[in-house]
Every structure is written in structure tokens, then in C-alpha cells.
Design a binder for this molecule. Structure first.
Ligand SMILES: C[S@@+](CC[C@H](N)C(=O)[O-])C[C@H]1O[C@@H](n2cnc3c(N)ncnc32)[C@H](O)[C@@H]1O
Length: 242
């Protein structure tokens, strides 16, 4: 009897969970169907504009939303007339998606086989976007072999919990930089995400250690940190668009 009463009382809850799940399935189906279409791009631009305005209004707290970081990346590409974008850590591919019309060639490395497979599927209609599966500490050097002009390099391949993958270390930044420094082109623009994590713990070097590496390898670079981004740029710094 008590069991019957409980099962009747729980029915609205079960229905709620059922409809909640249906909504989630519908939402991810819609996302997959609309992803990277013209409608999607318009919606994404409007959402990014709103997010950036809200971030500025809130006093530019750290960390900024991804839309702010992508606007900064785009600005570096324009300011230095760069046509090639290289990313470590693809995740869902949202950064290549935003930059796909700006750069002639985009390379993105993702350690997780599943995320890389999904990104390959997402960008199958874009011959200028190359998704490479593997550890950026190793694969970046191979990609650099294909590059024959200064590139905007976005180092974001750190383990970030959740569905993200982890290689032997949480942050392969030292190996990534070694691949960049050994390349024949000596004036790539390098931006590193998540400056707040670079404190000498969990395989992250400190900002000062990175500054020393750049002072040694690229003494002509301007090295700075702002809005949670470490920026290493040949010559003079580039101002943010906001
Ligand atoms: C913070 S997310 C990247 C976000 C993405 N760059 C963006 O702008 O939206 C970090 C990604 O790096 C990947 N990753 C972690 N270690 C890696 C490694 N050694 N090589 C390549 N990718 C790695 C993770 O699986 C995760 O997808």
C-alpha cells in the first residue's frame, strides 16, 4: 500500500525527468543540425556581443568568457596580418568555428579520440580546417612542418577535467614551445590560455619561468599577461579591441 502511494506520488517527478531528458536530446540534436550554418553564425555573433558587453560592464573579471578570448585572438590575426591559426586543445571546435572565415588555414590538435572524431565530422565541409588527433607535445612539431608563414598560435591544450583528455602531464606547454622555437619561422605570435593556472603547481610552470624562456629564446618579443592570457608577440604589443 505504502509502495503504491509512493509510486503515485513520484509520477510527476518521473514525468519531469523524462521531459527534461527529451529537451536535452532535442537541444543537442538542434545544435548538431544548425552548427556552423549561417543562422548559427548570426546567433553566435549576437550571443558573443552580449557576453562581451556584460563582461566589460562587470569590470572585466578573470577569467573572461571564451567569446572575449576569441575576439582577442581575432584581433591579433588582423593586427599582424596572419593567415594561419594553430590551436592546441580543440575541445568542441568552437574557436576554429569562430575563426574559420578569417584564416586561410587552421590546424587544431586534440588528444581525446572522441572529441577529435567529432571535430573532424563538424568541419568536414571546411577544407581549410585540419583536426589532428594526438598529444600536442608531440604532434605540434609535425604540424609546424606544414607552415610557411608566421602563424597565430593558441596554446590551450591543457587537461581541464570533465570530458577533456590528459596525457602524461596536465600542461605540455614546455614541449609545445620547444616545437615552435625549433621552427624555421621565428616570428609566430603566441597566446597561451589560462594564465591564472601558471603558478608552478600541477605541471604548470610559473609565469616568471615562461618569461625567462621567452627572454632566452625570443629576446625581441614583447611578453605580457592580461585578461588571463599570456601573450608573446614579436616587436611591439597589440592592444585589445576593448
Ligand atoms: C580548455 S580545452 C580547449 C578549449 C578550446 N581551445 C577552445 O578555445 O574552446 C583543453 C582541451 O585540450 C585537450 N588536451 C589536453 N591535453 C592535451 C594534449 N596533451 N594534447 C592535445 N590536446 C590536449 C583536452 O582534451 C581539451 O579538449
Amino acid at each position: 500500500m505504502a509502495h503504491l502511494a509512493w509510486s503515485q506520488a513520484s509520477r510527476p517527478f518521473v514525468r519531469l525527468v523524462y521531459f527534461g531528458n527529451m529537451l536535452l536530446i532535442l537541444k543537442s540534436g538542434l545544435r548538431a543540425a544548425l552548427c556552423d550554418t549561417a543562422i548559427w553564425n548570426i546567433w553566435q555573433r549576437r550571443r558573443d556581443k552580449r557576453q562581451i558587453a556584460a563582461w566589460i560592464k562587470a569590470g572585466k573579471p578573470i577569467p573572461p568568457p571564451s567569446s572575449v578570448k576569441r575576439r582577442i585572438l581575432s584581433n591579433y590575426g588582423v593586427a599582424r596580418s596572419l593567415h594561419c591559426f594553430v590551436e592546441t586543445g580543440t575541445l568542441h571546435g568552437d574557436t576554429p568555428s569562430v575563426l574559420k572565415d578569417q584564416f586561410k588555414a587552421i590546424y587544431s590538435i586534440e588528444l581525446s579520440e572522441e572529441l577529435a572524431r567529432k571535430a573532424v565530422r563538424r568541419f568536414r565541409a571546411y577544407p581549410n580546417i585540419h583536426i589532428v588527433q594526438g598529444d600536442s607535445g608531440e604532434r605540434l612539431a609535425e604540424i609546424m612542418n606544414d607552415i610557411s608563414s608566421p602563424a597565430l598560435i593558441w596554446l590551450d591544450g591543457h587537461y581541464s577535467a570533465g570530458i577533456t583528455a590528459r596525457s602524461g602531464i596536465n600542461c605540455p606547454i614546455v614541449q609545445e614551445l620547444a616545437s615552435i622555437f625549433s621552427h624555421s619561422i621565428k616570428d609566430h605570435v603566441i597566446l597561451i590560455d589560462d594564465a591564472r593556472h601558471f603558478n608552478g603547481t600541477n605541471d604548470y610552470p610559473t609565469i616568471e619561468e615562461l618569461r625567462d624562456i621567452f627572454a632566452r629564446e625570443r629576446p625581441n618579443y614583447d611578453f605580457s599577461v592580461s585578461s588571463d592570457l599570456i601573450r608573446a608577440v614579436p616587436g611591439s604589443p597589440v592592444a585589445d579591441p576593448f
